[in-house]
Structure formats: C-alpha cells, structure tokens
Design a protein around this ligand. Structure first.
Ligand SMILES: *[C@@H]1O[C@H](CO)[C@@H](O)[C@H](O)[C@H]1NC(C)=O
Ligand SMILES: *[C@@H]1O[C@H](CO)[C@@H](O)[C@H](O)[C@H]1NC(C)=O
Length: 400
C-alpha cells in the first residue's frame, strides 16, 4: 500500500511541528534561566511616577499583596537631606540608594537618618504593610490588610535591623518614586546580575495632575526648586515650568523604553495610564501583577473594588492621602474645576507628551466641559503590545 501525503497535510504537519518547537522553547527557557540564578532571586520593581498621579493608590495595590515588601518614596530622605539639591546632582545618589534597598541593605540609610533611628524615621513608614507585619511587628498577619492608625501606634521600634530582616523574606521588593526623571542612570541596575528589575511607569493626564497640585501648591515648593535646579524663577512661572519638566520626563522615559530600547530593557518596562486604571482597575492591575509575577487573589480583588468605588469623606488637604473616592469621576474633575486658560497653558507645555501617551487636547472651554467627549485615546490591548516583545526576548540570552 502506498501512502500519499497531500500537500495540505504536509503543511499542517509543518505548522504543528513549528508550534511545538515554539511552545517547548517557551516552556523550557524560563527554567534554564532560573537555574542559572540564585534560587532566592527576588523581583525588584520600581514604580515610577510623578506627583499627584495616583501612585499612592497603585503603590497600595502592591503594598497590600502578601508577597510584597513595599516602601514609599525612599528618595524623599535624599531630597530632604541635601542642601540646595538639584535633579542632576541627585540622580546617581538616588539610583544607588534604590539599589541598596532592593538588595535589602538598609545601612545605606546611614547618610540620611539620625543616629538614633527608629522604624518611624522612614518616610511614610506605617503605609508599608510589611513594616506592620512579622518579623517587624506582630500586629498584622501578612495576608491581612494593615490599619495604618494602629500600626503607627504599635509598630515603631528602635533600629532598622528588623526592617532589613523582613525585606529578605519577601519575593518582591517594590519601591515607589516620584522623584525620578530619566531611565539612563538605571542602566547599570538592569545589567546587575543580583537584580531583576522591572519598571512600572505610571502617567496621568497632566491637566488632572495640575488641578490636583493646585490644591496644595505650597507643599510642592521645595520639590519644585529641585526640579528646576534651584534657579531663581518668578513664583508665578514655577508651576508651569515644573509641569513642563514632568511632561518632558514622561516623554523621555517612554521613548527610551519603547523606541529602540537597549536589549536589557526589553520586557522590563510597562507604562500604565492612571485613567485606564480608573476605568478598568481589575484588568489593569491583573496585567501589572502578571508583568511582575504576582498572582491576583480574591481578597485583593475585593480590596480593589472597594477603594475604587468607595466614598471617602476624609479631607483632601493632605497631599499624601490615598484616594478612595470614585476613581473614575476623580479622573475627570479637572474638566470642570480647572480654568480653560490654565488648561491651554498646560496643553502648550505638555503637547508632545500628551500626544505620545494618548491624551486629546481641548480647543475651547465648551469642549473642555462636555464630559461626553472622551479625551482618552484608546490603547491597544495588552496582548498585542507585549506578546511580540516576549517572543523577541527569547531570541537573546537573558541577562547574566
Ligand atoms: C483602624 O483601627 C482604628 C482603631 O482601632 C479604628 O478606629 C479604625 O476604624 C480602623 N480603620 C480601618 C480602616 O479599619
Ligand atoms: C523610638 O521607639 C521607641 C520604642 O521602641 C520609643 O520609646 C521612642 O520614643 C521612639 N523614638 C522616636 C524618636 O520616635
């Protein structure tokens, strides 16, 4: 008997074997790259944003995860310790500070803390669930959400030894920074074999950022002076120049990471828009967890729903309050609250960033106030943006 293989069958077989090769490479490659690294390899995440962009909320979404050791703005210590600092002179010190903290080496804080230091010397310490949980404090079991008020009262103690010990017991170290304006200084960290760095870049519509900064403009004066390199600038012009710097930094970082990134950056950067988070918190956060290798839990799903839909009667004066007001309506508040002349000025200095990230400009006061006009340009679904880059990544040996 003769078997004749039809061309179409042959093609099917070829495709099948190609698919098998791809699938098996996908299965085995991660195993190989794991075994070549220490088994206790952590994932290090830098949550990069700027002021008033929802990073407290996003930070909390990581902070509440039982596998995450989270610190809010360690760079604050550096910015407040230096005399008349500027952005340029600080970025390497900030990079090195973060590197040490990612590696759970808290001795680096020596330069920035008083000799008699407590856990409470760390900026916003009681916001970090890990500092309210064992081994630092018996108050909050690791899989529970922490109560900041109680933590403030019960979990302070002398020295940072317990903090350092706690850090080593988590699979993920997440640092949030609003004081970082470029990626290049981080390159050595991407190439450092003791680190597995991922960057989550949170961006918010600059008009909404401005409206939020307006509420507490004085609390930003010191930071603004640093952003503007301590130049003497008339008070009335400062805010617009700072916004321009913030927008430029978003453009710089996004372009660097998305257009011809160096090989070590591939698959390690993810941009997220605050507005997308507000519209689809669960989907967006699940994708972000996925990006850094964390699992979504039913408890966290519930928490996400609660904080994005809840009513918050707390004062909005505190510049660092985590917003749990209706996230969706909050993201549009600028359209009725910010004057159109100010909107126009922000649009001028942020035009490039806005068109790159997908925020439509408005041309009149009427257009600004017509909430039925959607100003958010839809982004492609995630699978289209990251599947190809993942496939590319397997073409190259991983770092180390
Ligand atoms: C935190 O604990 C305090 C004191 O027991 C309590 O009054 C408050 O309601 C708690 N907050 C939350 C969000 O559970
Ligand atoms: C440091 O913590 C101890 C409790 O361990 C407390 O008695 C002391 O007042 C704290 N110091 C500061 C400056 O908060």
């Amino acid at each position: 008997m003769h078997y004749r293989v039809k061309p179409s069958t042959m093609l099917m077989l070829l495709i099948l074997s190609a698919v098998t090769v791809v699938v098996f490479r996908g299965l085995y490659l991660p195993v190989w790259s794991c075994t070549s690294q220490p088994t206790n390899q952590k994932v290090h995440v830098l949550l990069l944003s700027s002021w008033r962009s929802g990073s407290s909320f996003l930070g909390q979404a990581f902070n509440q995860h039982p596998n995450v050791f989270y610190l809010m703005e360690p760079g604050w210590h550096l910015w407040t310790t230096m005399q008349k600092p500027g952005m340029r002179s600080m970025k390497m010190a900030l990079r090195d500070l973060m590197r040490n903290l990612f590696l759970c080496d808290f001795s680096v804080m020596d330069s920035y803390l008083p000799d008699q230091r407590n856990i409470s010397s760390l900026f916003m310490w009681s916001h970090s669930r890990a500092l309210c949980s064992p081994p630092v404090c018996s108050l909050t079991p690791r899989d529970q959400f922490s109560n900041q008020t109680l933590c403030d009262k019960k979990c302070d103690s002398r020295g940072l030894e317990k903090v350092q010990e706690a850090c080593t017991t988590y699979s993920h170290v997440v640092l949030k920074e609003v004081r970082f304006f470029e990626l290049e200084s981080l390159y050595p960290l991407f190439q450092d074999p003791s680190l597995d760095l991922r960057i989550i870049h949170l961006i918010r519509d600059p008009r909404a950022v401005e409206r939020s900064r307006e509420e507490s403009i004085n609390s930003f004066l010191k930071d603004s002076a640093i952003v503007l390199e301590q130049k003497s600038i008339p008070r009335a012009e400062i805010e617009l120049l700072v916004m321009q710097e913030i927008c430029r930094s978003h453009t710089r970082i996004f372009e660097r990471a998305m257009q011809k990134p160096p090989p070590f950056l591939k698959g390690r950067y993810k941009m997220v828009r605050y507005e997308d988070l507000a519209r689809n918190p669960l989907e967006e956060l699940t994708a972000l967890y996925d990006f850094i290798g964390l699992e979504m839990t039913p408890k966290l799903e519930e928490w996400i729903y609660r904080v994005t839909h809840g009513k918050d009667r707390r004062s909005v004066k505190d510049a660092f309050t985590i917003t749990s007001r209706n996230a969706m309506s909050m993201s549009e508040a600028w359209r009725t609250k910010l004057s159109h002349s100010k909107v126009k000025r922000i649009q001028q200095v942020c035009r490039g960033a806005m068109s790159l990230i997908g925020y439509r400009t408005v041309d009149s006061d009427a257009e600004q106030k017509r909430l039925d006009i959607d100003l958010l340009v839809p982004r492609e679904p995630y699978q289209f943006s990251w599947l190809p880059s993942k496939a590319e990544e397997t073409e190259e040996p991983k770092k180390n």
